[in-house]
Design a protein around this ligand. Structure first.
Ligand SMILES: [Zn+2]
Ligand SMILES: [Zn+2]
Length: 129
């Protein structure tokens, strides 16, 4: 019997990678997946998903903001081994992500596809839009 959510979505990503770690529930926007897959092809390096879908409890546990796009399956936190976080930011900005959080010290990017105006921030500071 297959493991729940063990479903290949693309050549590079499985639904498992996006599930909530506490309850294994998952929501995933096909538009988010398409952009992430595009980013994966362009950088030609494996992308690790630190955080995909979060239920309310999990979002609270990790200190996520209220109304986080992680709750809607519209956000991911990613890192790429042996790849500059600055370069990753540049690539992500060329794709159609509309929310980009840059966490240099922690070495990850938050990417989302929020509706409306684009927003780029570093830690808690807005750096561009
Ligand atoms: Zn959960
Ligand atoms: Zn995030």
């Amino acid at each position: 019997m297959g493991i729940i959510n063990d479903i290949e979505l693309t050549e590079y990503f499985s639904l498992l990678e996006f599930e909530c770690p506490c309850c294994r529930r998952v929501m995933l926007s096909p538009d988010l997946l398409a952009r992430l897959n595009h980013l994966r092809m362009v950088i030609n390096k494996p992308i690790s998903v630190n955080s995909g879908y979060r239920c309310k409890e999990e979002n609270h546990r990790v200190g996520g903001v209220t109304g986080s796009y992680h709750l809607l399956g519209m956000a991911v936190d990613i890192h790429v081994d042996d790849f500059s976080i600055f370069d990753l930011l540049l690539y992500a900005q060329e794709m159609d992500f509309t929310g980009i959080g840059f966490y240099e010290k922690e070495n990850f990017l938050h990417l989302d596809i929020r509706p409306g105006k684009k927003k780029v921030w570093k830690g808690s500071k807005l750096i561009g839009y």
